[in-house]
Design a protein around this ligand. Structure first.
Ligand SMILES: [Zn+2]
Length: 213
């Protein structure tokens, strides 16, 4: 239940990526979704709340979502999780596109490679499940926690992720959204990798990319 979760959003880095801290209200354990940069306000939030960061969950390997991976892993002893099919992007600045951007960004290898329908847990039995949603990248995943879904750059409020980067595929992202995300309950809260939150119900009604294709 979302009542047992607290979700804090930070907008980090030059490309304004969302970094989320999800904590369980009955424990000090938390997880981080997409550490896009080494933002001091994220670190301060973790320290001020005396949180134990158990997992760093990466939705996909583009550089604007992984800039803080090694910093937060080393600072808090968290395990870094990424899908098996995006894992190589962490260590390769050409694959994560930072080579063509402001500066090269890499991290060390992930600690845990995820596949579709894998589960992790934190707090007192709060379950995180992975939903494979390729299309923006070959191994993009969404993370579902209770009635909340973190959708990375797959599904945005009234938009979808770009598919013109290497490894992107427009038909694949549409299929991921329709066959995996739109089969979640309508009430599911959607927290994307950029921009504001939405719901599955609102995206079914209003997302122009999905409605007209
Ligand atoms: Zn991306």
């Amino acid at each position: 239940m979302i009542n047992d979760l607290s979700i804090k959003r930070f907008v980090v880095g030059r490309l304004q990526a969302n970094c989320y801290i999800v904590s369980a209200k009955d424990s000090h354990e938390c997880v981080m979704i997409d550490p896009g940069d080494l933002a001091s306000e994220v670190e301060d939030y973790l320290i001020d709340n005396d949180f134990r960061l158990k997992y760093i969950l990466i939705t996909h390997g583009h550089f604007d979502h992984i800039g803080g991976v090694d910093y937060f892993r080393n600072r808090f002893g968290a395990k870094v999780c990424v899908s098996a099919d995006d894992a190589a992007m962490l260590t390769n600045p050409a694959m994560n596109l930072s080579e063509f951007s402001f500066e090269k960004i890499t991290s060390k290898d992930a600690d845990i490679l995820l596949r579709d329908d894998d589960t992790l847990s934190f707090g007192e039995g709060i379950v995180i499940s992975t939903i494979y949603t390729p299309g923006h990248t070959p191994g993009g995943v969404c993370y579902k926690i209770d009635d909340v879904c973190f959708t990375g750059d797959t599904l945005f409020k009234e938009s979808i992720g770009r598919t013109d980067f290497p490894g992107g595929d427009f038909n694949e992202i549409l299929n991921s959204i329709k066959s995996r995300l739109f089969t979640l309950p309508d009430r599911t809260l959607v927290f994307p990798g950029h921009g504001d939150m939405t719901t599955i119900k609102d995206e079914k009604l209003r997302n122009p990319f999905v409605r007209f294709s």
